[in-house]
Design a protein around this ligand. Structure first.
Ligand code: SF4
Length: 280
């Protein structure tokens, strides 16, 4: 019998690699264990991403900086902010990033996709994911990922991102065009970090992803065979427990890191000793 492919998204694999218990909470336990409240930095990232997707859906003449600002306002959520004053200040700040960013874009340079779903298979994986933007440059397609986190991204970030590598495979398979370049567009700093994948670098990412999937399969089989859930999917406590969505349901995580205020990862108001969460 052919081996059944493991259905994987980059976030699913990353969740298990970071903490198997978090993976179990997110993807296996039903009803899903209680999650914590929304984070302000995620609200910022979600609004910027939604505004950019909608901006590219406008007719070309409508793709203006004013339209981008309006779209951001429409997509804005105050979830996670301390109060209305803080949310308003951040809305204005994010609108500034966004308008600066779109001012540098050619509205007529139609992307091949915006928040485009792509998929690919490997020997063991059925991969899928949603790419922020796919550009056509010359004969090739380019994977563009928007970032709104605290720090500017580096070329090493672009090289090492499992998600971007898997998107390259998905773009190739879904759109039947060459693709090897990945870019991280960090809106707060206006910088772009990039990497051009080779067959070897992609193979390394696939191998690591398949190893994680293998571990997920083994843990799931152990759980199905009656092993204790906490043994099959052990907690990996660490500083990430400070921003883990499942902290309210996880005594181990609560003991590992102090609770953070939901706006504590905004760049201007870091909590004492806070480490940056994964950039959105
Ligand atoms: S709080 Fe920490 S240990 Fe608990 S699930 Fe989240 S990351 Fe894992």
């Amino acid at each position: 019998m052919p081996r059944r492919l493991f259905p994987a998204t980059p976030s699913k694999l990353a969740s298990f690699a970071d903490c198997p218990r978090r993976y179990r909470y997110a993807y296996l336990d039903r009803p899903t264990p209680a999650r914590g409240p929304a984070w302000a930095h995620n609200s910022v990232g979600a609004a910027v991403h939604a505004a950019l997707r909608s901006w590219w859906e406008l007719p070309v003449p409508g793709r203006t900086t004013a339209a981008a600002r309006q779209l951001l306002y429409s997509a804005w959520s105050p979830a996670g902010f301390r109060d209305a004053e803080q949310a308003g200040r951040w809305r204005a700040r994010a609108a500034g990033w966004l308008t600066d960013y779109v001012a540098g874009l050619d509205p007529a340079d139609e992307p091949v996709g915006a928040e485009r779903q792509v998929a690919a298979t490997t020997e063991r994986l059925a991969l899928s994911g949603r790419v922020d933007r796919i550009d056509s440059r010359g004969d090739e397609l380019v994977v563009v990922d928007y970032k709104t986190g605290r720090s500017a991204c580096t070329d090493d970030d672009a090289r090492g991102s499992p998600a971007l590598a898997l998107y390259v495979l998905g773009v190739r398979r879904t759109l039947h065009r060459p693709c090897r370049r990945v870019e991280l567009h960090h809106l707060p700093s206006g910088t772009v970090a990039a990497f051009e994948h080779t067959d070897r670098s992609l193979a390394n990412h696939v191998r690591r992803a398949e190893d994680v999937a293998e571990d997920i399969g083994a843990a799931t089989a152990a759980l199905d065979a009656g092993e204790d859930a906490d043994a099959a999917f052990p907690a990996v406590p660490g500083r990430q427990c400070g921003w883990c969505d499942f902290r309210p349901s996880c005594p181990t995580g609560q003991a590992a890191a102090p609770p953070r205020e939901t706006w504590s990862f905004l760049p201007e108001e870091p909590a004492a000793g806070a480490q940056p969460p994964p950039a959105s």
